[in-house]
Design a protein around this ligand. Structure first.
Ligand code: G6P
Length: 612
């Protein structure tokens, strides 16, 4: 959470930094700030979004070719002007931006207060910049050494960038646990939490690793050192990122653009892995660790949020097709309960951003205990992808809307491929079934296109439900995780309370909530348990609930019972989540839009949760 961006070069820094902040705003939008070095450090910050900052600096001096900027998701200290970043040191000779949490900030703060340092904010960040300055003064060391010494006292996660009034030609950055990437241009450097603010200026990037410090000086090569002062050779990678993916391209919001991108993103997740001519799946990460996968006694999925829902689909897929016992864990729970893990376990971390702090910590723990760690991430080069032994990227392209849509379907696509590949290698599915499912997976992108044609119908019906205070989502089998995901989408962006439930569990509680005002979304495409769900719909109708049903094309039974019916194309049961989730994404989008909600940046949420 929090987005950081920096520039050092000969161009005016302000426009680059502001544009960068807008690209990173998905990481948090409680407040924004900027510091520009121009004889002194001009620092401006204000509560609210980046657009507020732009208004705030309208009549200010924003000149300078060196600068740092920040968009915040508040942890320590309420989201106000004072707690916004950047933070000054006492003398105002240094300023710093920070993404992460300094866990021992209170101890450090107390010590600094004892020696007379005065604090302006309630943030952990100010403690670190004050500590750096204090070390420079007392130890008589230069800024780089002071940063090294200060962060060696810090417990917690950080990506920081420091500017100094005395060294306008220099930026110092450091990372431990929070992402940081450096762009190397012609006599200029860019810094950011992810490559999106950098891509239009340079494609040469260096991903900074944990416990590394980067020293960026004009006219010099990038230097990387560890906290212990070991010199590292920067590893320059080429960015593969399409600038168009970072724009709304005529859509009202990123979320709706990303919903409509799903035929392509699913195709991209399949591309290069399915050899259509010879009907084969190849996934390098699995081939490299084939024996570990084939002999795995258990697969444990670790994830959060929407990625946890995709993992739950993974459980159904792996158990059905590859006959491997699966557990699905919330990363935040797993890491704190002394889990039983051993060498015969394969842990699969699923994460769009590849930066979720809990997921990262959980896989580090599982790795220590000897499990093989496999990652399914969207962001290339992300921390989780790098910490894993092997993995597959989902190739969904940048997802900017905070509510995850195309990332979910591409995660499920990769999971289908993995389960099919393992099922075939283990002999748990027949060759015919393998070919049928693979063939059908190839048809899914065009079936998603057909499903998206429900758009206008869903928009129309959404009007009816803008009033709702609560929603219930029910599904069974492969569509139980979809019910959870549908409910999550609605609450995230429309702030309507929604619960997802396994349809048959309704009678153990939620049925008490049903009356004529309660909309119930029932996901019931053709499946082995279709008739059971039909009985659940009858139970809802008996109690006058409003049923919105997602059914397979040509369904006769449910459409007679339900108040509103959306038909999705017929497909194999194991692939239905890839289609049934689409109308739910559209429903939540249109309800939220009609309620005038901030769809791409819902309140209190952030896309990349890099704090516990
Ligand atoms: C946040 C985002 C969700 C996301 C979850 C897990 O809560 O708002 O959209 O599903 O984090 O993120 P990850 O990047 O690990 O998939």
């Amino acid at each position: 959470m929090c987005g950081i961006v920096g520039y050092l070069g000969s161009k005016e820094a302000y426009p680059i930094l502001i544009k960068g902040l807008k690209r990173l705003e998905y990481r948090g939008y409680d407040s924004a700030g900027i510091a520009l070095v121009n004889e002194k450090i001009n620092l401006y910050k204000t509560k609210g979004k980046v657009s507020n900052l732009e208004t705030f600096v309208e009549s200010k001096n924003i000149a300078g070719t060196t600068g740092i900027a920040h968009t915040r998701w508040a942890t320590h200290g309420e989201p106000n002007d004072v707690n916004a970043h950047p933070h000054f040191s006492d003398s105002k000779e240094l300023a710093m931006i920070h993404n992460g949490i300094i866990e021992n900030y209170d101890v450090l703060k107390e010590e600094l207060m004892k020696v007379g340092v005065e604090f302006k904010s309630n943030t952990d960040t100010e403690v670190l910049i004050q500590l750096i300055e204090y070390i420079m003064k007392v130890e008589k060391v230069d800024l780089v050494n002071a940063v090294q010494l200060a962060i060696s006292q810090v417990v917690g996660a950080y990506a920081i960038v420091v500017v100094s009034k005395k060294h306008p030609d220099m930026l110092i950055a450091a990372r431990n646990g929070s992402p940081l990437v450096i762009g190397i241009g012609e006599d200029e450097f860019y810094l950011a939490s992810d490559p999106s603010p950098i891509v239009e200026y340079t494609r040469n990037v260096v991903f900074v690793d944990d416990e590394e410090i980067a020293i960026l000086k004009l006219g010099e090569e990038l230097q990387i050192r560890t906290i212990k002062n070991q010199v590292k050779t920067p590893f320059v990678e080429q960015l593969e990122l399409n600038l168009g993916d970072l724009e709304k391209s005529g859509f009202k919001h990123f979320m709706i653009k990303e919903i409509f991108e799903q035929p392509k993103s699913i195709r991209d997740s399949i591309r290069g892995r399915v050899n259509v001519g010879i009907d084969n799946i190849s996934m390098a990460g699995i081939i490299d660790f084939k024996e570990r996968f084939l002999q795995a006694k258990r697969i444990i999925f670790i994830a959060a949020g929407t990625s946890w829902h995709a993992s739950l689909v993974g459980e159904y897929l792996f158990e059905e097709l590859a006959r491997i016992p699966v557990e699905v864990e919330y990363a935040s729970e797993f890491r704190y309960r002394n889990p039983i893990i051993n060498e015969s376990d394969v842990v699969i971390a699923v994460s769009q951003s590849g930066e979720t702090a809990d997921t990262l910590a959980a896989i580090k723990l599982a790795k220590q205990k000897g499990a093989l760690i496999y990652s399914i991430c969207n962001v290339v080069g992300s921390s989780i992808a790098r910490a894993a032994d092997a993995g597959s990227y989902t190739h969904a392209g940048p997802e900017i809307g905070v509510a995850s849509t195309k990332a979910f379907t591409s995660q499920v696509t990769v999971l289908v491929l993995m389960a099919l590949l393992l099922g075939r290698k283990k002999g748990t599915i027949s060759e015919t079934r393998f070919q049928v499912l693979l063939n059908e997976l190839n048809n899914i992108p065009s079936k998603v296109e057909q499903t998206l044609q429900l758009n206008d119908q869903i928009k129309e019906i959404s009007k009816i439900f803008t009033y709702a205070r609560n929603f219930l989502y029910l599904g069974r089998g492969f569509n139980f995780p979809v019910a959870l995901e549908g409910a999550l989408k609605l609450k995230e962006i429309s702030y309507i309370h929604a619960e997802g439930y396994p349809a048959a569990e309704m009678k153990h509680g939620p049925i008490a909530l049903i009356d004529k005002k309660m909309p119930v979304v029932v996901i019931t495409p053709t499946s082995a348990i279709y008739n059971k769900v039909v009985s659940n719909i009858q139970e809802i109708k008996t109690r006058k609930g409003k049923v919105i049903a997602i059914v397979s094309k040509g369904d006769k039974l449910v459409s007679k019972l339900a108040d509103y019916t959306f038909e999705i194309p017929e497909t194999e049961e194991v692939l239905t989540p890839l289609l049934s989730v689409i109308p739910l994404q559209l429903l939540s989008y249109y309800i939220a839009d009609m309620r005038d909600c901030e769809i791409d940046q819902p309140r209190n949420l952030a896309k990349s949760v890099t704090v516990e």
